[in-house]
Design a protein around this ligand. Structure first.
Ligand code: UD1
Length: 429
C-alpha cells in the first residue's frame, strides 16, 4: 500500500490550483439518474471517490465518458464528465459498492423519484461516527414512499410516484438535503425542506438541477421550495471550487510560513475558516484569481473554534486546524459539534509530539515549539491530510501510511505541494 513521505521544514511558496469540489461532484453525478438525457459536468476532480461513483452509477445503467486532456491544458485542470442514464437497468445499489462510499446511498432519492422504487444498501464510508440514515427515511416517507429495512437494505416504493410535502429535518444534514431535493424535483406538487443544509455544495446541486429544468427556490437558505416537474433534461454544469481543499492548503501555509496563491479558490465559500486563520496571524487577501495566503516568521496565535454547519467553521477542516494549533503560542480549544467521533487524528498528532487532551466533544491543544517526524497512520480523509500538514512543519521525516484515504478526496496532493517547495513524495509499497 502506498505511503506519503514528508521531510518537514520548508516554507510553501508559489501557486496551488484548487480543484472542483469532491462534495459537490458526488451529488451532481448522482443527479444524472434523474434524466434520460446527458448531464455534462466540467471541472471534475480526478479522485478515487469519483471513479468509485462512476462504477456505482454504471451499475444502474448510466453510461459515462471522460473527455481527454486538450492540448495546452495543465494536467491539474479538471476533467469533463458526460453522464447519460438513458435507461435505468437496475434499481438496486448493492452492499459491495455502497459500503465503500457513504454518499452513494444518496442514489435512493433520484431512483425512487424516476423509477418509483429503489433498493439501496445501508452505507459505509469514513469511520467518523455512526452516521445514521433516519432523516433520509423520514423525508422520503413524508413524500409518500413506503419504506422497509430488509437484510441491510433500505427498500423504498412509491407506486404512484412521490408527492410533494413539508420535510423538516431535526438537524442540518447535507446528504439528506441533497437527497430530498433531488427526489422532490420529480414529485407531484410542492415540497418544502425546512432546516435544510445551506452548504455551497447544496447551492451548486440546486443550480445544476435548475439547469436541468427543476423548479427550486431558496437553496443556500434553511428553507428550500421545490415545485415538482414531470421530467428533467440534460444540462452543462461547472463544479464549484473545493472549499475544503482551499482551507487545507491555507492552513498548510499558515503552518509552514510562506506565500501561496490558491488559484481558483472562492473566499465566500469559507469566510469563517479564513477569519479564524487571520486571527492566527496569517495574512489572507482575495485576488482576482483566487486567495493569497501569507505568513511571515511571526508565531501562530491560538484560536478557539467550534465546528458548525455552513456558514460556520466546517467539520471537514477541524483536523487540519488542529494540526495548525499544535504549533501555536499557547492553548486553544476545538469543539466538534457535527460528528461524535472525529478526533482519531489526535493520537497520531501526539506521535509527532503534539500535546492534546480530549474531554467529550472538546480537544484542548497546548502548542509546542517543535514537532518531530514519525511514522503515522491515516484513519479518514481529513485526518490523513492533517497529518501531512503537521509533517510539513515537523523536524525530520514523517511517513503517512494508508494514503488511499487521501486519494479519495485530494487531487494530486503531493504534486501540488512539491510545486510550492515542499519535500513530499509518494512511496509505492
Ligand atoms: C457531508 C460531507 C462531509 C461533511 C458533512 C458535514 C459529502 C460527500 N460529505 O456528509 O464531508 O463532513 O456533510 O458537513 O458531502 N445525521 C443523522 N441522520 C441522518 C443523516 C445525518 O443523524 O439521517 C447526522 C450525522 O450523523 C451527523 C450530522 O447529521 O452527525 C450531519 O451529517 P450530514 O450533514 O448528513 O453528513 P454527510 O452528508 O454524510
Amino acid at each position: 500500500m502506498d505511503s506519503i513521505k514528508v521531510v518537514g521544514g520548508a516554507e510553501l511558496n508559489g501557486i496551488i490550483p484548487i480543484s472542483g469540489a469532491k462534495n459537490a461532484t458526488l451529488p451532481l453525478m448522482i443527479a444524472s439518474l434523474l434524466t434520460d438525457e446527458t448531464l455534462t459536468l466540467t471541472n471534475v476532480p480526478r479522485l478515487r471517490d469519483v471513479a468509485q461513483l462512476t462504477q456505482i452509477l454504471s451499475n444502474h445503467g448510466v453510461d459515462y465518458a471522460v473527455n481527454g486532456k486538450r492540448t495546452g491544458q495543465d494536467d491539474l485542470e479538471g476533467q469533463t464528465l458526460n453522464l447519460t442514464a438513458r435507461e435505468i437497468v437496475d434499481t438496486t445499489a448493492p452492499y459491495e459498492l455502497v459500503s465503500k462510499m457513504r454518499a452513494s446511498f444518496w442514489v435512493v432519492g433520484p431512483l425512487v423519484a424516476r423509477m418509483h422504487e429503489a433498493r439501496v444498501s445501508l452505507p459505509g464510508g469514513c469511520a467518523i461516527g455512526t452516521r445514521p440514515v433516519d432523516f433520509f427515511i423520514d423525508g422520503l416517507a413524508a413524500l409518500g414512499a413506503q419504506i422497509e429495512i430488509e437484510a441491510g437494505y433500505v427498500v423504498v416504493k412509491a407506486p404512484g410516484g412521490l408527492k410533494g410535502a413539508r420535510v423538516e429535518f431535526p438537524r442540518v444534514s447535507v446528504g439528506a438535503t441533497h437527497t430530498i431535493m433531488m427526489a422532490a424535483t420529480l414529485a407531484k406538487g410542492e415540497t418544502e425542506i425546512v432546516n435544510a443544509a445551506c452548504e455551497p455544495e447544496v447551492v451548486d446541486l440546486a443550480k445544476c438541477l435548475i439547469a436541468m429544468g427543476a423548479k427550486i427556490e431558496g437553496a443556500g437558505t434553511p428553507t428550500i421550495r421545490i415545485q415538482g416537474v414531470s421530467r428533467l433534461h440534460g444540462a452543462h454544469h461547472q463544479v464549484v471550487s473545493d472549499r475544503i481543499e482551499t482551507g487545507t492548503y491555507a492552513m498548510a501555509v499558515a503552518m509552514t510560513g510562506g506565500d501561496v496563491l490558491l488559484k481558483g479558490a472562492q473566499a465566500d465559500l469559507l469566510q469563517s475558516a479564513l477569519d479564524v486563520l487571520r486571527q492566527t496571524g496569517a495574512e489572507i487577501t482575495e485576488t482576482t484569481d483566487g486567495i493569497r495566503v501569507r505568513r511571515n516568521g511571526n508565531g501562530i496565535m491560538p484560536v478557539d473554534v467550534s465546528t458548525e454547519p455552513f456558514p460556520g467553521f466546517p467539520t471537514d477542516l477541524q483536523a487540519q486546524f488542529m494540526a495548525l494549533m499544535t504549533r501555536a503560542n499557547g492553548t486553544s480549544k476545538i469543539n466538534e459539534t457535527i460528528f461524535e467521533n472525529r478526533f482519531m487524528h489526535v493520537q497520531e498528532l501526539a506521535r509527532l509530539g503534539a500535546h492534546i487532551t480530549i474531554d467529550g466533544h472538546t480537544a484542548t491543544v497546548e502548542g509546542v515549539s517543535t514537532l518531530h517526524g514519525a511514522p503515522v497512520m491515516a484513519t479518514d480523509l481529513r485526518a490523513s491530510v492533517s497529518l501531512v500538514i503537521a509533517g510539513l512543519a515537523a523536524e525530520g521525516e514523517t511517513t503517512v501510511s494508508r494514503v488511499y484515504h487521501l486519494d479519495r478526496g485530494f487531487e494530486r496532493l503531493e504534486d501540488k505541494l512539491t510545486r510550492c517547495g515542499a519535500q513530499i513524495e509518494r512511496v509505492s509499497a
